[in-house]
Ligand binder design. Sequence first.
Ligand code: FAD
Ligand code: MG
Length: 279
Amino acid sequence: MIKMNQILDKRELAPRIKEVVVYNPKIASKVRAGQFIVVRVCEEGERIPLTVADWNRDKGTLNIVFQEVGVSTYKLGKLGVGDVIKDMVGPLGNPSEISLFGTVICVGGGVGVPAIYPIARELKGAGNKVVSIIGARSKDLLIYEEEMRRVSDELRVTTDDGSKGRKGFVSDELRDLLKSGLKVDRVITVGPAIMMKVCAEVTRPYNIKTIASLNPIMVCGMGMCAACRVEVAGKTRFVCFEGPEFDAHQVDFDVLLMRLNAYKAEEQMALKKFLEGGG
Ligand code: FAD
Ligand code: MG
């Protein structure tokens, strides 16, 4: 008998980046592109938000792609096929706005690529021309390339070190695409905060509506704890229930970046202790 939140499949997509397929028919029946779940790996575990990269409503499964960056994601990475994730809440956040915009550029970086994948797929399904730009630090960290190729009319790849595709950042490719005169109706960007900040600056002079899926520290995921607050158009907004997508031109990315680093020392100490204790 399959158990709720049981891991049915697991793949290592890149060093320290894993994908798990988890059984949760309740979430799988409702989830839409752009939404996330909050996971607690074990009884003593903290709550962490993770985007739903894909789902199968018939099988009742969700695909989650995560990068091992600290204690909770390392713990999640240690679970194998057959293991059960303690609890999962969702789907949380608002689904992406999907309509016929025209030409849409989807810009994904790192683990933001699997997160943008269902959004690109739905946008393509709605009749948009989807041009995707995906990137990573190097070739071996580039994930979901084939998935993105399948749902894009055109796919461009960048790596910071030039080991695959264009040498540079996704924002460099975005800048050149816009300079080339391509008429673009909307840009969606999912990835590290600094990447989304730069993408927003690239599109601002062109006045192209740009959406960023924000990734602040988030705890409850349902509007109670206020950990995920950000500044958008000078107002405090909660990413968990008002987002995660906002108009990137209105987001104060510097506040987001600062708050993401607020607990770095404690997180590093906790990871060191965890690894010294044998993981
Ligand atoms: P820690 O060592 O505790 O933290 C490492 C860094 O991760 C911190 O410096 C901070 O920047 C960030 N972080 C820490 N705690 C949290 C938290 N509770 N919430 C958010 N960020 C935190 N990551 C993925 O790999 N795949 C995803 O699909 C994904 N989707 C996300 C969707 C949303 C809506 C948000 C807000 C974040 C998402 N993240 C995703 C980021 C992921 O939640 C963090 O990497 C994770 O919580 C880190 O936990 P940790 O204990 O392993 O690392
Ligand atoms: Mg943590």
